[in-house]
Design a protein around this ligand. Structure first.
Ligand SMILES: *Cc1c(COP(=O)(O)O)cnc(C)c1O
Length: 394
């Protein structure tokens, strides 16, 4: 099929929910992706923070192929060694105790919300409220849409019990918290909302509020987890441990998998039959996640994220100096960085695509950079050169 045939077929047969860019990708290698005609793109989006090891990473490819040759799926009615290894490792890297494996971010958050409600209601039947932040993103299922607080026009009625306050406003959070609050749900760094950073001490103050009120602290690390900011979880950098953390995106390096991890005390609110998943943690997905974890450790990717991330931030800051009328702020940590524009970003993203660079724009006017964790300063230089050219033409 040629490019236009692919585009036309998807437009005809796929539900019209995605505003897709007009390229047809076919394969990749490392931080590069290729379209059908062989055009090369430097991929600084990585499937939206998913392809942590880049494309076609040999360790991930062989782990998946080997597991597929043995067993792809068997159901959680049975035990598998590959899942055993994964849950032990996730508990160890998170500093928490018990893991549930799902298939996506929304499902991980949905499960975390269910667990928090179970736990809260054991203390007090009214303890059902979840407080989240304005400009958050937690997913597209009904409960996670309610948690997200937007995109729900037309889907009402939604699950009740969700409230929102401004991110970084500890006083508003205190005022909203009561004996009905079962959990506070936050992204340590807001991703879709525009790469919004926590103020100094904000997350610690939230932890303290939770300790004082008995509300659980849930961190949604679906975008920030798995080494993205240079520590395995963002909360480790900020020195705050949640009661529940959720993961997905990069966990399987591209294979669909999500997880929520809780302390023993909280996880004990669940008993047999309280939650489930047909696919969750199946051997194929577990093998992929194990391979990603092994590569992060053995290739020293956390150190690379710190180093290359600092270089990325500094390089983009140089562009901000050069184009003060277009860029007002560069913010982020490690390999999650946002460039705040004074204009909408979609045309810039399209021009970058024409020049062989994949980035995206979130919240309308923030360019988002969430490249694979394997990139080096040379890739940053390549990206910045293209972006510089594009900005110079505006
Ligand atoms: C992407 C994302 C989700 C949703 O994940 P899906 O796999 O698309 O369901 C939830 N929370 C955060 C912070 C995300 O970045």
């Amino acid at each position: 099929m040629n490019k236009q045939e692919v585009v036309d077929m998807i437009d005809e047969y796929y539900m019209p929910v995605f505003a897709r860019y007009n390229i047809v990708l076919s394969h990749g290698e490392g931080p590069y992706a290729y379209d059908q005609e062989g055009k090369k793109y430097l991929d600084f989006l990585a499937g939206i923070a998913v392809n942590l090891l880049g494309h076609a990473h040999p360790r991930l490819v062989s782990a998946i192929a080997e597991q597929a040759g043995k067993m792809i799926h068997c159901s959680n009615l049975y035990y598998t060694e590959v899942q055993a290894r994964l849950v032990k490792r996730l508990a160890a890297v998170s500093g928490l105790d018990k893991v549930f494996i799902a298939n996506s971010g929304a499902e991980a958050n949905e499960g975390a919300i269910k667990l928090a409600r179970k736990y809260g209601k054991k203390l007090n039947p009214d303890r059902v409220e979840i407080i989240a932040a304005n400009h958050c993103f937690h997913g597209r299922t009904l409960a996670t849409l309610a948690a997200t607080g937007k995109y729900y026009n037309g889907y009402e009625p939604l699950p009740a019990g969700f409230r929102h306050v401004d991110y970084n406003d500890i006083e508003a959070l205190k005022a909203a918290t009561s004996e009905k609050t079962c959990a506070i749900l936050l992204e340590p760094i807001q991703g879709e909302g525009g790469i919004n950073m926590p103020d100094e001490n904000y997350l610690k103050q939230v932890r303290q509020l939770c300790d004082e009120t008995g509300a659980l602290l849930i961190f949604d690390e679906i975008q920030t987890g798995m080494g993205r900011i240079g520590t395995m979880f963002a909360y480790q950098h900020y020195g705050v441990t949640p009661d529940i953390v959720t993961l997905a995106k990069g966990l399987g390096g591209g294979v669909p998998i999500g997880a929520f991890i809780a302390s023993n005390k909280v996880a004990a609110a669940f008993s047999s039959g309280d939650h489930g998943s047909t696919f969750g943690g199946n051997p194929l997905a577990s093998a992929a996640a194990n391979a990603v974890l092994t590569e992060i450790e053995e290739a020293g990717l956390l150190a690379n994220v710190k180093e290359t991330g600092a270089y990325l931030l500094q390089s983009l800051a140089t562009l901000k100096e050069k184009y003060p009328e277009l860029i007002t702020e560069v913010r982020g940590k490690g390999l999650i960085v946002g460039v705040q524009l004074t204009i909408q970003g979609r045309d810039i993203v399209n021009s970058c695509l024409e020049k062989g660079l994949i980035i995206n724009c979130t919240a309308g006017d923030v360019l988002r950079f969430v490249p694979p964790l394997i990139i080096k300063p040379v890739h940053v230089d390549e990206m910045v050169a293209v972006l510089d050219q594009v900005l110079s033409k505006i």
